[in-house]
Every structure is written in C-alpha cells, then in structure tokens.
Design a protein around this ligand. Sequence first.
Ligand SMILES: [Zn+2]
Length: 428
Amino acid sequence: MRTAWRLSVAAWLLWLAACAHPLPHAPAPDDAATGPRSLLLVSLDGVHPDDLARGDTPNIDRLAREGVHARWMSPSYPALTFPNHYTIVTGLRPDRHGIVHNTMSDPDLGRFTLKMRDAVGDGRWWGGEPLWVTAERAGLRTAALAWPGSEAAVQGVRPDRWFLFDETRPIDERIRTVAGWLSEPEDTRPRLALLYFEHPDGAAHAHGPGSPQLRAAMREVDAAIGRLLDELGRSGAAARTDIVIVSDHGMAEVPAGQVVAIEDMVDPADAVLVSAGQVLGFRPQAGREADAERRLLGRHAHWQCWRRHELPARWHYGRHPRVPPIVCQMDPGWDALPREHIARRPPGTRGSHGYDPADPSMRAVFVAGGPSFRRGVALPPIDNVDVYPLLARLLGLQPVGDDGDPRALLPALREPGEVADGTGTPAH
Ligand SMILES: [Zn+2]
C-alpha cells in the first residue's frame, strides 16, 4: 500500500517535472496508447468574458480552470461574426481573407449577406486557406458542424463532412454528432472538428448583454458542452482530444432609442449604402464624391467616418477591394439603420457588436484543455489572429496565414517546441 502510494507520488512528481520543463522539440501530436490526437474547435457566438465565471457555465469554467484560458481575446476589425470566424481558421485579418463584413459587395461576385445561401456557399468569396483545407490536403480528415465558411468549397476543398447552417438543428443533435465523430476509430475519425453555437449571440442581440435570456442561453450551451465532455470521457476519446473554445466577439448594450437613421447621415442621392449596423460602408454616387465626403467624413455625435485608406492603422483594414470607399464606425452602444428598419424594431434594450475591437465590450473568450495543454494556465489578453498558428501546430501542419504571432500561445502548450523565426512553426 505504502509502496504503491510512493510510486504514485513519484509518477506525479515526474509528470509535474515534465510540465515544468517542456521538451525542447515539439513531438508529433500522437500518443502510442490512444492514437493521433484530434482537435475540436468550438465557437460560442457573441460570448464575452463576463458571461463566463458568473455561475452559469460550470463546465466551461472547469475546463478553463483545469486547462488554459486567456483574460480575453481581442477580435479583428470589424468585430462581426463572419469576418472573425474566418480569421480564427485562416490566421488572416478580414482585410486579407476578404470576408470584410457580414454584408459585402464585389464587382465580379455581386452581393453577399449571411442569409444568401448561394453567396455563403460560393468559395470565390472566401480567400486565404482555412485550416480544414490545409488539413485535408495533408491527408487529415476534417468535419465541420456549420462553421462560417465550411459550406463553401474553398480552393475547391470542403471539410470531409460538412453541413448547411440550420439554426433549428437541436443542440443535443449537434453534441451527439460531434461526440460521435471524435469517438470513431482512427481510420475515420476527424483530426479537426468544428462546432458552432449561435444561441448566445441571438439572445444578447434581442435582450442585451447580461440579460436573463442571455444567461439562460449560456446555461444551455454550457450544459451541452458538459454532455459533450462526458461523452468523450465515456468513449475514451477525452485522452486524445484537445478542445479550444472561442467566441468571435463580445456584445455591447444598446439602450432603447440609441439608433441613428442612415438617411440622416447622408443623402442617398450622394452615396449608396453597402453595409449598415455598426460598421457602415458607403460608395459615393458617380459625380457626387465631393458631396458625399463633405457630409460623411470626420467626427460626428455618435460615429466617425474615414476614407478607407485613412482608417486607423490598428484596425488593419481598408485595402481589400471589397471595403467600400467610405467606412463609418458607430460608437459603442449606437446602431445605424435605414429608417424603415428602425420603425420595425421592437422597443427596449438590445445588444450589438461591430464596435471598435479595442472597446472592452467587444472582448471575446479563449478557453482550451486536453492532452496538449498545460493545466491551470491564465494567459494575458491575446489577439484572435494568434489562435490559428496554435491550431496549426496542434494538428502538426505548417501554417499558411501569417497575420498572427506563432509565439503568443506557446505558453499554453505542454510541449511548446520551437518556432521558426517570424514565419511560423516547423511542420511535423
Ligand atoms: Zn457573432
């Protein structure tokens, strides 16, 4: 009994020493006992760090406590859903991957909105190289349950298994599907799985951040993640599954009445509206450029507008041809919509995002756990372009997108290995 106890203490000390002194070279992410590791990337749309550790999310909180979490994660500009989901899987700012907004125009491709299934499924909109394309080309199976971009054949490649986004798909069905994938035998099991939950975003938009409805949505998705972790534990997959939970952006409260009519910002005869909401794009009408600029450019009561090439440098935005000539940024807590939309808006407090990524309300979350991660690590704030190099490393892939810093998240890893100077990580 005593000997066994001593042995287990010795084993524990050895394990602790291994954690404290990581090996100089990152080994291949395989385990002789359990086979190759899989990576599950989960998005909780619209979740702010304040939504965690509030008593609503015991399962995510436990994962954070026993694994790794960042104090917060800054979204890329614009702090909108599609641009940021695609940044997380490409390692590129929206200005480089081309999903520059949820609503865009392109001279060759026409119009893109979240609800236009043909556009969303058209690979020509999606630039860069999402991680699942790199993985598939390297012979690793991938599966996505409705991650933005995964419905399109990007460079002619889709995840091995992919689904059209369907908000009516029950949460339990999503969990069963993903737990099933990760529990499959090695020859069919995806090495990269992606899972998306839109529920927190929907509740916070309709009722505001911190609302009872948002908190109920948080409890619902957290319980789902708890069931997923239980399933992985039961099937034995937990020992070889790394889990990264992120959000795309936070959420700001928009008090009743804090909405500007776009017709009051500029005369539609002077400029065409490309995108509304919080990040507005305008294209001056031919011959009316000077009038449009005179009316729009500069600081206003609740917003500010720039020529696209003169936007603040820290936003890394304005070069892609899909960015309209004039971009207006609303102040946190303010929306801008066509007057007819304002008339249809339900009264009361609501929530919006798409504000300056530096505004605390826009902060997103990063939580990770699993065999590749250290235990009990609290990271300083991170930038969401830094997540992609970590994901590539976990899969043993050479990163393609290079806007992130491959060193930023190394302290999260049990075996961080080496990083080549400036350009990425060595492939394994
Ligand atoms: Zn979102």
